[in-house]
Every structure is written in structure tokens, then in C-alpha cells.
Design a protein around this ligand. Structure first.
Ligand code: 4AD
Ligand code: MG
Length: 492
């Protein structure tokens, strides 16, 4: 008990303090106090953002650099909690300093000491060590020596590249963006649903699925003898299942791994990527576009607010205009243009594109980028595509030619989101399935949604790695996912 209320220590790092509030009712406040006990470490981020000096902290991490003076050494230690490392001053003769020679770049160390104001430029705090321990040495073969490395080289050492500044930043931003996805949808009352990774249906109808089988290699292909009694695949989209949940829970989203066996070796395609797929009942294409725009802006604002240090790094070393562009995107309304208008703009552009522009053909990445980068110079939503180039589930428009599809295009990437209003009319859906050669027997459950209490509904898929490329300015999808799976590459 003290004068203000009741004070007691909880296990671990937390201190529980009960304070009478102005209304004399007891208010519960939980303070995080810095870890001081032996064996408990303080993250470098916590130390660097401390408001006060601390008598004793323990920092653990990997040595970035060591500089030796006559009677002391400087170790710069990074632990991944933030971009910056903390400087530790190791006086000759303190316990453990005998191991200093082995505390080279890449070695792991534990340093205990006082957190004091730093004399060095550009850093507020440093650790004046009282004890240092070498946890694990790293010899001169450690591949991440001080010199700069190419992204290509770093991909070859995917197990160590997270220790570099660039990849540490990329994966912290990835974590924050995943959190922001959940925040965005949870705050709006969307229910997070988990759709299966193994499926028997090809949602996109593009035939780009990985087969899942337990049939021994070389055996006759008899799907009826296979594990599921029929051909099964890794999912290309959770949409069809998400639709069933939206038609019960109203607003849902699924966010998980997605697999596509498309053999396109581009900087924007991965064989395994993560997709965010919201689906809303009682929603049309225009509501869907509004949601997509709001979500993309939310992600960008969240990154600007919570990943400022990492984004500043990307702005400096990867993409000079990044932060300015993100601010601009967060503010400005997206342009909306129909596919027909987009094709006219492309035809009138006077530009010779690698692939022809013609009504009825898919927009290629070069076309998409011209629209968003050159013409509109901001994110663009293209809607109402010809039905021939879109999957069976999209709602047919009254013109008989187009479907209520939408793609969101952003500068530097092209398509980041693809979605549509879904065909909710049973006869129209049956006709579209027949047109696409799909058997009603396989999709009976999907058709049932139209049979029992059908509702207008809409949704989209946002490629999570495309979002990360947009937010970090990194130009290759292989660099925003820890272990990229692309044609010919499944190492690590
Ligand atoms: O446009 P897509 O193919 O749409 C669908 O799969 C819908 N079923 C989504 C829905 O309406 N629920 O894919 C959606 C997004 C693309 O815009 C792109 O950002 C990303 O997923 N994407 C890929 N990202 C990385 N690698 C690939 N191979 C990708 N294919 C699609
Ligand atoms: Mg698409």
C-alpha cells in the first residue's frame, strides 16, 4: 500500500497499480516497467526510445560493427526490434571482455550495463557495459559484412538476409501491415473467417493450380483412389468459400496463403503469396470500390504512422519518392474509369505498347502502368470488364457484354486488387457456369447460395505482397516475403 493506492508486483515485467480515480472508484492501470532482472533483456527499440537513463539493462543482439580504441571498444548491436542498433561501450577488463576479439560482425552477444546519454552524434543513448558475454561467434565467412550487397545476392542467403537493414525493415513493415489488415476489418465489424487451403474448385478458372495428392509417383492417375477421392488442389483464392460465410455473417474477410502455378517469372508474381479477401453481403460494385479504396488508404496511413523509420530508410536507399507518394495516395481520391474508357485512353495515348490494346483483350501490366503512372498519376479503379476475359462468378451487367468487375491499379505495380460484384441470380449463374464449362455437380453448394435467400454481394482480393511492394518501394516480390516460392525456387 502506498499513499496513492495499492501497489503490487505481478510475475514478469508488469507492475499492477490500483489508483483511486477522481470519482473515487478504483481504476486499474497496468504499467510496463523495463526489464531489470538478470537474464531479462531490453529490446534495443525500448532502450533507444527510453525517456530516462537506466541503472542496469541487458541488451542481446548481433554485432554489426566493432571499433577498438586503446582502453575500450564500441560494439554496435542490432536485435531486429528496429532499424537502428545501440552502441555499447566495452571498457577493457570488464567481465567477459576477454572474448572481445571474437565479437565480430555477425556474432551474437549479451551486454549488461547502464543506459546513459550518448556522446556520439545521431544517437541519444548508449550502454556503458559492466559485463559482456559472447553468445555465438561468427567468423570472417559471415556473408553480411559491412559492404553493401545486391538484392540478388541476398536472395541466395534468405536465411541470413533478415539481419540486413533492408530486410529487417521489410519484414517489420510486413508484420505491421498484417496487423493493420486485421485492424481495418475488425474495426468495421468484419468477421475473420478461415477458408481452406486444399480445395477441389478452381475459383479463377485459369487452370493454374498445384495438385495435392498422396498417390505414389508413377502410379496410374486414378483420382477416385486418391486421398480425397477426387482431384484436389492448393487454393488460388478463398473467395467461393468466403461468399458462403458472407451470406450468413454479412461481412467477412479471409487472409491467408494462396497458391498459383502460373509459370510467369515476373517481379510481381509468386507461386505462393498471401491474399486478403473481404466479402460483403448486401453490397454492390460501387460499395466494393469504396471499401477497396478505404482499405488501401488505411494501410498506407498506418505504415506512414507506425513504420516511419523503416519507410524513411526505403525512401533513402530504395525509392526516393516513396514517402511523398504514399502521403499523396493517402489523401487523394482514386480515379474511377470503365474498361471501355480505359481502352479508349490507351488507344488515344499515341504510345506503342509491347502488347496491343484492343477492346476485349486483357489489360497488360504496361497498359495498367500507363494509366496509373502517366495518365492519371494516382491510383485508378478500372471497372466493368468484358465478360469473356473474367471468371464465371462475376455479375453480368445489363449491356450483356460486361461484368461488374474492378481492378485497382497503383503506380509502380499495376494491379494490386481484383474483385467484383458476384452473380446472385440463379439462372444467370447457371448460364455462366455452363458457358465456362463448369459442372453444376461440382459447384452445387455455391449455387445453393442463390437458391436459398440470395443477396447482392461483392468482394475483392488484395495481394498482400503487392501491397508491401507498394508500401516499401521494393520492386521485386521476392524481397517482401521471407522465403519466396517462384518457378524453380523452393529453397530454404
Ligand atoms: O485478381 P485475382 O486473381 O482475384 C481473385 O483471385 C479473386 N477471387 C479475389 C476476390 O474477389 N476475392 O487476385 C487478386 C490479387 C491480385 O490483384 C494481385 O494483387 C494478387 O491477388 N495476385 C498475386 N500476387 C502475387 N503473385 C501472384 N501470382 C498473384 N496473383 C494474384
Ligand atoms: Mg486479377
Amino acid at each position: 500500500m502506498n499513499g496513492n493506492g495499492l501497489t503490487g508486483m505481478l510475475a514478469g515485467e508488469e507492475m499492477l497499480i490500483l489508483k483511486p480515480s477522481a470519482s473515487t472508484q478504483l481504476r486499474l492501470v497496468i504499467w510496463k516497467i523495463p526489464a531489470r532482472d538478470e537474464g531479462m533483456r531490453t529490446p534495443v527499440l525500448t532502450a533507444l526510445t527510453s525517456q530516462t537513463p537506466m541503472d542496469e539493462i541487458t541488451v542481446c543482439g548481433w554485432v554489426r560493427t566493432r571499433r577498438d580504441a586503446k582502453s575500450f571498444s564500441f560494439l554496435e548491436i542490432n536485435d531486429g526490434s528496429c532499424l537502428r542498433g545501440i552502441q555499447a561501450v566495452i571498457d577493457a577488463g570488464i567481465p567477459g571482455s576477454g572474448g572481445l576479439a571474437q565479437m565480430t560482425t555477425g556474432a551474437s552477444v549479451e551486454v549488461t550495463g547502464r543506459l546513459v546519454a550518448s556522446q556520439g552524434a545521431g544517437q541519444s543513448w548508449e550502454v556503458q557495459a559492466t559485463r559482456v558475454t559472447l553468445l555465438g561467434p561468427a567468423d570472417e565467412t559471415y556473408p553480411l559484412q559491412k559492404k553493401g550487397h545486391t538484392l540478388e545476392f541476398l536472395r541466395e542467403i534468405a536465411h541470413l538476409r533478415p539481419r540486413s537493414n533492408l530486410f529487417g525493415a521489410a519484414f517489420r513493415v510486413r508484420s505491421r501491415m498484417a496487423y493493420a489488415v486485421h485492424n481495418f476489418f475488425q474495426e468495421r465489424g468484419f468477421v475473420n473467417v478461415h477458408t481452406p487451403m486444399i480445395t477441389a474448385s478452381d475459383c479463377e478458372g485459369a487452370g493454374e493450380m498445384f495438385r495435392v495428392t498422396t498417390l505414389p509417383p508413377g502410379s496410374a492417375d486414378r483420382p477416385e483412389e486418391d486421398f480425397f477421392g477426387k482431384p484436389a488442389y492448393l487454393t488460388v483464392s478463398g473467395q467461393l468459400q468466403a461468399e458462403t460465410l458472407a451470406c450468413a455473417l454479412g461481412k467477412v474477410y479471409t487472409f491467408g496463403p494462396t497458391f498459383r502455378a502460373e509459370n510467369s517469372n515476373t517481379s510481381r508474381h509468386a507461386a505462393e503469396f498471401w491474399m486478403i479477401e473481404p466479402e460483403q453481403a448486401f453490397c454492390d460494385l460501387s460499395g466494393n470500390m469504396d471499401l477497396a479504396e478505404a482499405q488501401l488508404k488505411h494501410q498506407v496511413r498506418d505504415a506512414l504512422e507506425h513504420c516511419a523509420e523503416d519507410l524513411a530508410f526505403f525512401s533513402k536507399y530504395v525509392d526516393k519518392g516513396l514517402v511523398e507518394r504514399l502521403k499523396f495516395v493517402a489523401e487523394r481520391p482514386f480515379q474511377r474509369v470503365s474498361y471501355t474508357e480505359a481502352v479508349q485512353l490507351l488507344e488515344q495515348s499515341g504510345v506503342t505498347f509491347e502488347y496491343p490494346v484492343q477492346y476485349g483483350l486483357n489489360l497488360q501490366s504496361g497498359h495498367e502502368r500507363w494509366l496509373t503512372e502517366q495518365h492519371f498519376q494516382c491510383p485508378v479503379i478500372v471497372f466493368n470488364y468484358p465478360k469473356e476475359i473474367k471468371p464465371f462468378y462475376m455479375r453480368q451487367n445489363e449491356d450483356g457484354l460486361t461484368v461488374a468487375a474492378m481492378d485497382v491499379l497503383v503506380p509502380g505495380i499495376g494491379e494490386i486488387i481484383g474483385g467484383s460484384q458476384r452473380e446472385e441470380r440463379p439462372e444467370r449463374l447457371a448460364a455462366a457456369m455452363a458457358h465456362h464449362g463448369l459442372s453444376e455437380a461440382d459447384y452445387w453448394w455455391y449455387a445453393d447460395l442463390r437458391k436459398y435467400g440470395t443477396v447482392p454481394h461483392a468482394g475483392y482480393g488484395m495481394g498482400f505482397e503487392r501491397l508491401l511492394m507498394f508500401v516499401t518501394g521494393l520492386g521485386n516480390i521476392r524481397d517482401v516475403i521471407p522465403f519466396a516460392r517462384t518457378p524453380g525456387h523452393a529453397g530454404f
